[in-house]
Design a protein around this ligand. Structure first.
Ligand code: GDP
Ligand code: MN
Length: 379
């Protein structure tokens, strides 16, 4: 799950990280009143689940409340990387003496969380990694002990190596340890401050905050789950969650409906192997009832890019006859214009195939052949 900058800022603030104050607003009038309250130059920032807002024109400085109101009018109508801007954050504009990057991310290869810092902040960290990897320092966090003081100190000094910046180095070290607490306490897989600035008064401050939350941690963190903004999420993924399906939308045209995450991954690999592009990842789960299959087919076909649907069902706990009934119900309840290829094998296979055959569907039992056929039908 993604959360907005203003929500991530609040989490960082709760953990003692210095973050400038901020107001959330949904109309230009509210922005004007917030700017009047602040009584100084302000920054107006689009709140969307996307990075690179600055480059896209979604972060602007305003000298007067009237200017803030006018800028907010423009930003509130914008779309950034496909996300409509519905809220903005208004805060006092900081003077920036330097911009650094600090982030904590789950590093699967290291099987641990990793801290990354760079004095070359403000820009995409991927770009720094590609063009100037020496400007990034990474340290693995031992989950048993957390971030050690000596690691935090070393990272802080890497950001502010000059003797006269010892104070900033110490502040950065303390911020990193608090950031790790915030990351752990929120079930995050990413917590990033870019930029972490030194302001005109020499203080180290977080003026941007980004957190990604592990969906599988939400069941034990109701206060984090409450930060979900359904309006900012992909409607298809919201519908999938409501139906109990694991769905991720992708760019291709072959709609995939599979039982089991592993088989779903293998199916996507095979689609690509035969020259196709999967339109989605979709796992209907272990014990599929017909209603789930109907919901799955609705989801897949709501994506206008889908030109061929592939069912790949290996019945274990999932019963082939349930899936077949779901396909029949779905094709009865809405007029399907797209070719369907069905591979159905395993528990209650004979019953499943019979149900489908009565409706004129020819199901295959071989995965390879089914994927090839679906890719061909997709054009
Ligand atoms: P992002 O582009 O989505 O990562 O949004 P950021 O919050 O990082 O803002 C982008 C850039 O705008 C920053 O790197 C800063 O250079 C600039 N910026 C943001 N807030 C302020 C501010 O308070 N004062 C000044 N002078 N610049 C700011
Ligand atoms: Mn940023």
């Amino acid at each position: 799950m993604n959360i907005h900058e203003y929500q991530a800022r609040a989490i960082l603030r709760d953990h003692g990280i210095p973050v400038p104050e901020g107001f959330v607003a949904e109309t230009p009038g509210e922005v004007r009143r917030a700017a009047e309250e602040i009584g100084a130059q302000v920054v107006v920032k689009a709140q969307v689940h996307a990075g690179g807002r600055g480059k896209a024109g979604g972060v602007k400085l305003a000298s007067t409340p009237a200017e803030a109101q006018e800028l907010a009018g423009a930003i509130l109508g914008m779309e950034i990387k496909g996300h409509a801007v519905r809220k903005v954050l208004v805060g006092p504009a900081e003077t920036i003496a330097s911009e650094a990057y600090v982030g904590i991310v789950l590093d699967r290869a290291q099987q641990a969380d990793a801290v990354m810092v760079s004095p070359a902040g403000g820009v995409d960290i991927e770009e720094v990694a590609a063009t100037n990897p020496a400007a990034i320092m990474t340290r693995r966090i031992d989950p048993r002990y957390g971030l050690f003081d000596h690691q935090a100190g070393e990272l802080g000094r890497f950001l502010y190596p000059e003797a006269e910046k010892a104070k900033q180095a110490r502040s950065a070290a303390a911020i990193l340890q608090k950031l790790y607490e915030a990351y752990l306490g929120s079930g995050a897989t990413l917590a990033e401050i870019n930029p972490l600035i030194v302001n005109g008064a020499g203080e180290v401050l977080a003026i941007d905050a980004k957190m990604n939350i592990d969906d599988n941690a939400l069941f034990r963190l109701p206060q984090i789950e409450a930060l979900r903004d359904p309006e900012a999420e992909d409607p298809a993924e919201t519908a999938a969650r409501a139906a109990g399906l694991s769905y991720v939308r992708l760019d291709g045209n072959i709609g995939c409906c599979v039982n089991g995450a592993g088989l779903a991954m293998a199916t996507m690999d095979l689609v690509k192997h035969y020259g196709g592009e999967p339109a989605n990842f979709l796992d209907i789960g272990g014990s599929s009832n017909p209603a789930k299959v109907v919901a799955a087919l609705e989801l897949i076909t709501a994506d206008s890019a889908v030109s061929s649907v592939l069912f790949n069902i290996f019945g274990g706990i999932t019963r082939c006859d349930d899936v077949a009934r779901g396909i029949v119900q779905a094709t009865d309840s809405f007029d399907l214009q797209i070719p369907i290829t069905i591979r159905l094998t395993g528990t209650n296979q004979a019953e499943g195939l019979a149900i489908l055959a009565r409706r004129g569907f020819q199901a295959l039992s071989d995965m390879d052949g089914a994927v090839r056929a679906a890719v061909e039908l997709g054009g």
